[in-house]
Design a protein around this ligand. Sequence first.
Ligand code: TMP
Length: 204
Amino acid sequence: MRGRFITLEGIDGAGKSTHLRWIARFLMDHGRKVMVTREPGGTAVGEKLRGLVLRGNHGLNPETETLLMFAARREHLDKVIIPALARGHWVLCDRFTDATYAYQGAGSGTDWKKIGLLERWVHDGLQPDLTILLDVSPAVGRQRARRRQQPDRFEREKGAYYRRVRNAYLRRARANSRRVRVIDAGRSLPEIHKELEEILLTYC
Ligand code: TMP
């Protein structure tokens, strides 16, 4: 039986890594085979592109950046995500196309229509079964992200950028309300886990 495709989204500092680990454990405890992956990245080429975009200082045009994200995504879908789903794994992906709408689109100014064209081409009909959007205010997110030793290029962006990114995520959630579940990630871990559990059990 085909596995399920779950993506996690949120502005930097929303707590994705902690919740991703928790979700993976929860699903494994419920007998699911789980594969955890991330974007940009997930393949050898994708990880190289990740380094180029996040660590490089190339002054990339936002559209170039968008194309690189989708090039990495095509590899990721082809080599990792689609085969894992076919083997019956539940694929947990740390960020996916909603992030491109939020960061390269709302954050950096790439037209959403162009992103939509690439999405249709690259996804070829596949969408996540479930997207969990961990929502925190940009102030909280930036405060948490700043504690990291080596912030990446996006983590160094200003408050207005993050407000645009967060609002874009919320817009995407409203427009895709069957797929995207918004979680208030400013609450305590037990409260968040309780809500995650309720959502995941409807898929298990
Ligand atoms: P993260 O792994 O800590 O979430 O960092 C990944 C960064 O990459 C994050 O700042 C958002 C950014 N990103 C984009 O700008 N566009 C994308 O399509 C994806 C997947 C990530």
